[in-house]
Design a binder for this molecule. Structure first.
Ligand SMILES: *[C@@H]1O[C@H](CO)[C@@H](O)[C@H](O)[C@H]1NC(C)=O
Ligand SMILES: *[C@@H]1O[C@H](CO)[C@@H](O)[C@H](O)[C@H]1NC(C)=O
Ligand SMILES: *[C@@H]1O[C@H](CO)[C@@H](O)[C@H](O)[C@H]1NC(C)=O
Ligand SMILES: *[C@@H]1O[C@H](CO)[C@@H](O)[C@H](O)[C@H]1NC(C)=O
Length: 482
């Protein structure tokens, strides 16, 4: 009878249907062990048990439902997140040290993670590209670590004890840690923090409470491969995600590794727009819906060929088509000068171009990488993204972007571009105006899901990229593992 009580226990979210099959095997075992009239007796008891079980299951299921309907259920049930109390050397001190280090890019790193990770506020130029809205910042991708941590501080279902949490957030600034040692040759220095954090986590009660770290997650504003140096690929980056502890945790990254079994989940690059209220989002959506767009297409970036004479990348072919077209706006971004203390391009100029084009071209940058931040900035600008490889978005941002990619984007396979048989301009001109309008409307609808709201504020009804990432990770760690 003890089992009959179990369904009433608070933990039982499972319904009657999932419990009933457990009766099956027992019903077979018991009669097999008895004979004759004892068997009859057993059968009778079994029948009553099954009957009671069934009744109680129903009652329980019903009771659960009416209980919830009365509103006494916890809206945070299944959504609690516990934030590890990591020592400051894993987050705040990395920023502090960068800010003290005046040479070798420390200053730039320091400036770019100010304002809770958003970076310096952008001023709206005279022509009103940012329409005087609040919430525009010169945000860099590596600041995602900091933005996410600050958003998490205001998450509505923070657990104060790890035992009630579904997932455990590890606020280690993995991409800032990568950045400070990227130019250092020796592995021990690059991997020191990864080893240290693994060691720290490993001895915490929450680590092996039930999962050996499988319910832990961290966030890094980098591609996963930059944190996966294991000797099989380029001698580059840290080994955080390939250490025994790193493998058990989940990582939210800007580009997941598609070649290896990895726990990296891709989330949007941070854009320049960080709304503070729902109204900020709605006003911006209204604006980009109504823009007159001069260019059919736009491309932001320069050549990515490694060296003169090395093979051209898809990026370079796409750029060549853009330059040759009267209908393509091109903004060339130069390389950052060494020691530069500001961003090497003007975010306002980028946003001006992206708002002035119907389609925005996002070829893979080359090498191992497929994604680029402008895909998200261009969506914020209401520009329909054009991809050349499914790995640039569709295979990556599954939580944030619709499964049916034709609703909001165009795929022009890169083989035709490289072979010189496909004209991007002709492909885009062939799309009927009504279809273009529908796609743009979908892009505009997706704006909140690809921006990170200002961590000092909170959107009310609108879900942003953070909210969707948190839902994704809760769903992922709640899945039973083999
Ligand atoms: C946890 O937080 C809740 C409310 O947020 C509070 O009622 C409870 O006392 C806290 N428990 C501990 C152990 O701090
Ligand atoms: C660094 O570690 C990788 C394996 O992760 C190894 O292949 C490489 O040789 C090491 N480099 C140095 C300089 O020790
Ligand atoms: C990682 O998880 C596996 C089980 O999935 C466990 O055996 C192993 O000890 C864990 N590693 C660490 C470092 O906790
Ligand atoms: C869009 O581009 C055209 C052509 O360069 C330019 O004349 C126009 O001012 C631009 N519009 C905006 C809003 O920047």
């Amino acid at each position: 009878m003890r089992q009959l009580v179990k369904p009433g226990a608070p933990k039982a979210d499972s319904n009657a249907r999932s419990r009933r099959p457990a009766v099956g095997p027992k019903a077979k075992e018991k009669p097999a062990a008895a004979s004759g009239h004892r068997r009859l007796c057993y059968l009778a008891i079994l029948a009553v048990t099954i009957f009671l079980w069934y009744r109680f299951s129903l009652l329980d299921d019903d009771g659960l439902r009416t209980g919830r309907a009365k509103g006494d259920a916890d809206p945070c049930q299944g959504r609690y997140i516990y934030v590890c109390k990591l020592p400051a050397r894993f987050n705040a001190d990395i920023i502090r040290d960068a800010c003290r280090d005046t040479d070798a890019g420390g200053e730039r790193l320091c400036a770019s993670v100010g304002n809770a990770g958003l970076g310096r506020p952008l001023e709206d130029p005279a022509d009103g590209v940012l329409t005087g809205e609040n919430g525009w910042h010169g945000t860099r991708q590596l600041a995602l670590d900091v933005i996410f941590h600050n958003r998490m501080k205001r998450y509505e279902c923070l657990a104060n004890r790890s035992t009630v949490a579904t997932a455990i957030f590890v606020p280690f600034y993995a991409s800032l840690d990568f950045a400070r040692h990227a130019a250092v040759g020796d592995n021990a220095t690059r991997d020191a923090a990864a080893a240290d954090v693994a060691d720290w986590l490993r001895w915490r009660p929450e680590w092996d409470r039930r999962s050996d770290g499988h319910d832990h997650f961290l966030v890094a504003g980098r591609a996963a491969r930059d944190l996966m140096r294991d000797g099989s690929g380029p001698d580059w980056g840290t080994n955080l995600l390939v250490t025994p502890a790193g493998r058990n945790m989940s990582a939210l990254v800007l580009e997941s590794s598609l070649h290896e079994a990895t726990s990296g989940f891709a989330v949007p690059y941070p854009t320049y727009f960080h709304p503070r209220t729902d109204a900020d989002v709605f006003r911006w959506q209204e604006r980009v819906r109504g823009l007159r767009r001069t260019w059919l297409m736009a491309f932001v970036g320069g050549e990515t060929r490694q060296a003169p004479g090395s093979p051209a990348t898809t990026n370079d072919y796409v750029m060549a088509q853009c330059k040759a077209s009267e209908s393509c706006g091109h903004l060339k971004l130069g390389r950052c000068a060494a020691g530069s203390t500001s961003q090497c391009h003007s975010p306002v100029n980028v946003m001006r171009l992206l708002q002035n084009a119907t389609f925005c071209l996002h070829p893979p940058p080359g090498g191992d990488s497929y994604t680029r931040r402008w895909a998200f900035d261009s969506m914020v600008a209401g520009c329909i993204p054009v991809f050349f490889n499914p790995a640039s978005a569709y295979l990556q941002y599954k939580w944030h972007l619709p499964k049916d990619y034709t609703k909001y984007s165009v795929l022009v396979p890169e083989a035709g571009i490289r072979a010189g048989t496909v004209s991007i301009e002709a492909t885009l001109r062939a799309i009927p105006a009504a279809t273009v309008a529908r796609m743009r409307e979908e892009v505009v609808r997706l704006i909140p899901t690809v921006v990170y709201a200002d961590p000092s504020a909170k959107l009310e009804t609108v879900k942003d990229a953070f909210d969707i990432a948190v839902e994704g990770i809760l769903h992922s760690v709640a899945r039973p593992r083999a």
